[in-house]
Design a protein around this ligand. Structure first.
Ligand code: NCD
Length: 295
C-alpha cells in the first residue's frame, strides 16, 4: 500500500514519474477519466486549496469523493480515536487524505488503515504533497530543480510546507538555499541538520540581502500566528515590495503555498514572476497523479 506520509520517502525518479503523470493528466482530459474509486477527505484543520484540489483532482480522473469538511464535527467529538475513524472511513473509501493539528498523526493512521493514507498536513510537521507541487512548479518554470538558488522566507518553525520542501530539495544536486527568518521562527534542528549535509545553506534576517544574492526561486510563507502561544510578541515583517522585485532577475519565480497575508501585496500579482496562482493549479494535477498512483 502506498501511503504518503513524509517528503523523505521520495526519490528523484519517483518525483519525475509523478511530474510526467501530472503533465499527462493535464493534457488528456477525457481519457484520463478512467479511474474508478472513492476518495475520502478528512480535515481536522482549515483548508481551501489542499482539500478542494484533491477533490477536484479525483473528479477529473473519474473517481468520486466523500468529505468531512470539518472533521471536528465527526465522531471525534464523541471521543473516537483517529485509529478507529480511519478504520471505518477505510471501509467506505479507497484512499484517505488526512489533515490534522497533531504532528505524526498520519503515520499513526497509516499503521491501522485498510487503504492508503495521504498526509495533507500534520500540525507543524510536514505537508509532502505541497512540496511535490512546489517542485513541479519550479521544474515547469526553470526546466530543472538542481543547480538553482532558493530563497525560503518566513515562519520556518511552524511552516510544514517549508519542512517538506527542504526534504525534497535535499535530493537534488548543487542547491543553494538562503533561509530568511528571525530567531524565534527558525527551522527546527532536525530539518536544518538534514539539509546542511546536502546543500549550501546560508541564513539571514534580511529579505533585502537575500534578494541581492539573485535567487532563482523565492518561496514566501505567512506567519502562522495560530500556532503560537497568545501574547507571544513576534515581529514578522518579511514583505515583498516593488523595489525588491526590481532587484530580482527576470527569470526568477515567486512561489507561495498560500494563503498569504501581507507578505505579498496584491499589486505584485500581475508581475509574470509571481506564479503562485499557477502553482495552486499545478497542485490539482500533481494530486491527480498521486491519486492515480494510490488507486
Ligand atoms: C499551507 C498549510 O496548510 O500548511 N497551506 C496549504 O496547504 N497551501 C500553508 C499555510 O497554512 O500557511
Amino acid at each position: 500500500m502506498k501511503h504518503i506520509l513524509t517528503a523523505k520517502q521520495f526519490t528523484v525518479p519517483e518525483i519525475n514519474h509523478l511530474m510526467d503523470q501530472a503533465n499527462w493528466l493535464r493534457h488528456h482530459g477525457r481519457v484520463a477519466k478512467r479511474h474508478e474509486g472513492v476518495l475520502a477527505t478528512l480535515f481536522y484543520e482549515p483548508s481551501t486549496r489542499t482539500r478542494l484540489s484533491f477533490e477536484a483532482a479525483m473528479h477529473r480522473i473519474g473517481g468520486s469523493v466523500i468529505s468531512v469538511e470539518n472533521a471536528n464535527n465527526s465522531s471525534a467529538t464523541k471521543g473516537e480515536s483517529i485509529e478507529d475513524t480511519v478504520r471505518i472511513v477505510g471501509q467506505y473509501a479507497d484512499v484517505i487524505v488526512l489533515r490534522h493539528p497533531e504532528v505524526g498523526i498520519a503515520a499513526r493512521a497509516a499503521a491501522v488503515s485498510p487503504v492508503p493514507i495521504i498526509n495533507a498536513g500534520d500540525g507543524t510537521g510536514e505537508h509532502p504533497t505541497q512540496a511535490l507541487l512546489d517542485i513541479y512548479t519550479v521544474k515547469s518554470h526553470h526546466g530543472r530543480v538542481s543547480g538553482l538558488r532558493y530563497c525560503l522566507v518566513g515562519d520556518m518553525k511552524h511552516g510544514r510546507t517549508i519542512h517538506s520542501l527542504i526534504y525534497l530539495l535535499g535530493l537534488y544536486q548543487d542547491i543553494h538555499i538562503t533561509l530568511v527568518t528571525n530567531g524565534k521562527l527558525a527551522l527546527p534542528d532536525e530539518v536544518l541538520n538534514f539539509i546542511t549535509t546536502k546543500a549550501k545553506i546560508s541564513q539571514t534576517e534580511s529579505l533585502e540581502q537575500a534578494i541581492r544574492e539573485q535567487p532563482d526561486v523565492v518561496y514566501m510563507t505567512r506567519f502562522q500566528r495560530e500556532r503560537c502561544q497568545a501574547g507571544n510578541n513576534i515581529q514578522y515583517d518579511f514583505r515583498l515590495t516593488e523595489s525588491l522585485m526590481d532587484q530580482l532577475k527576470r527569470e526568477a519565480v515567486i512561489l507561495h503555498p498560500l494563503p498569504r497575508q501581507q507578505e505579498i501585496p496584491s499589486c505584485l500579482d500581475t508581475d509574470p514572476r509571481c506564479v503562485y496562482f499557477r502553482q495552486a493549479k499545478n497542485g490539482m494535477w500533481m494530486r491527480a497523479a498521486l491519486l492515480v498512483e494510490a488507486l
